[in-house]
Design a protein around this ligand. Structure first.
Ligand SMILES: [Ca+2]
Ligand SMILES: [Ca+2]
Length: 295
């Protein structure tokens, strides 16, 4: 894609300044209102290993972050994604400030190795677990078409699926960056659609953790690309208009659950941290990772 680099960088700087101002204003409002968050005096370690599935999890500290897409970012997206209809981004707006308690999230997508351990121990009949070539190597992410199969694994592991807000904060941190590594697209930092794999090395799913240069601010891998990830929430494209300020958990019911992060067959638009989608089962693109509380 050819575009005006200087102009785009200026717009990114504008987006960052706008976001910083929003956070400062919100902090002042909270302070004036006497609503200063209680300080958690418990020291939490950055990385833990959960005993059931032996999976590393990264800490995402408590605090505010900006969720969704701002008006300033929309101006940028009109340049970055000229072929996308503007209505495509409606479900990411308005951008809003969200407070989340601290939580842990899996450092990697759940692999075939772990999902098969879950099935072996429980006898769980995962009809939608596609354990076949070329998706069945141990370190590849488990392709789990159904949300219920992802949730069942999480329960077995003593965890849960992340909320949609937790997933987005774990992916982009507190500066509202576009992709987990920052604001400039780099096709070598994730497994996305590059045809035969000439750029990122993989034409289908990649073993988890292959792109350490593309990790999120909290050290979480493959939040962009490789495989779409089921999260706990039901999908409502208009939910951000009514989302609560603290620990949102999505609408009480719905037709589909939310998927996040884009997959190996998607482009750089869907790999954005704010991109959201809800859908039925039925694709080779879907997996998941787990979260858990810190207490
Ligand atoms: Ca690829
Ligand atoms: Ca992913």
């Amino acid at each position: 894609m050819i575009y005006a680099t200087v102009s785009i960088k200026s717009m990114i700087v504008l987006c960052r300044l706008t976001n910083i101002m929003l956070i400062i204003i919100a902090s002042i409002v909270i302070w004036v209102g006497g609503c200063v968050e209680e300080q958690n005096e418990i020291v939490l370690i950055d990385e833990i290993i959960t005993p059931k599935d032996d999976a590393p999890m990264r800490l995402v500290p408590a605090g505010d972050f900006l969720m969704g897409t701002s008006d300033a970012e929309m101006e940028l997206y009109r340049i970055l994604f000229p072929l996308r209809a503007e209505g495509r981004f409606v479900n990411e707006r308005p951008q809003h400030l969200v407070y989340l308690d601290a939580f842990y999230i899996d450092k990697f997508e759940v692999t075939n190795k772990l999902y098969q351990k879950f099935i072996a121990e429980t006898g769980y009949p995962a009809k939608s677990y596609l354990n076949r070539a070329p998706y069945n190597l141990p370190e590849l992410p488990a392709v789990v078409l159904n949300w219920e199969d992802a949730a069942a694994y999480a329960r077995w592991a003593g965890k849960r699926l992340p909320t949609e807000a937790e997933w987005e904060k774990a992916a982009r941190g507190t500066d509202a960056r576009i992709w987990p590594w920052g604001d400039e697209w780099d096709a070598s930092k994730l497994n996305a659609n590059d045809g035969t794999g000439a750029i990122d090395g993989y034409a289908q799913t990649a073993p988890v953790g292959q792109y350490p240069q593309g990790i999120s601010p909290y050290g979480v891998h493959d939040m962009a690309g490789n495989i779409w990830e089921w999260v706990a929430d039901w999908y409502d494209p208009h939910y951000y208009q009514i989302s609560p300020r603290r620990n949102p958990t999505g609408p009480p019911t719905g037709e589909y659950h939310v998927l996040r992060g884009g997959g190996w067959a998607e482009n750089y638009d869907f790999a954005r941290c704010a991109s959201r989608w809800g859908s039925n089962p039925g694709s080779l693109l879907r997996g998941f990772r787990c979260a858990k509380d810190t207490y």
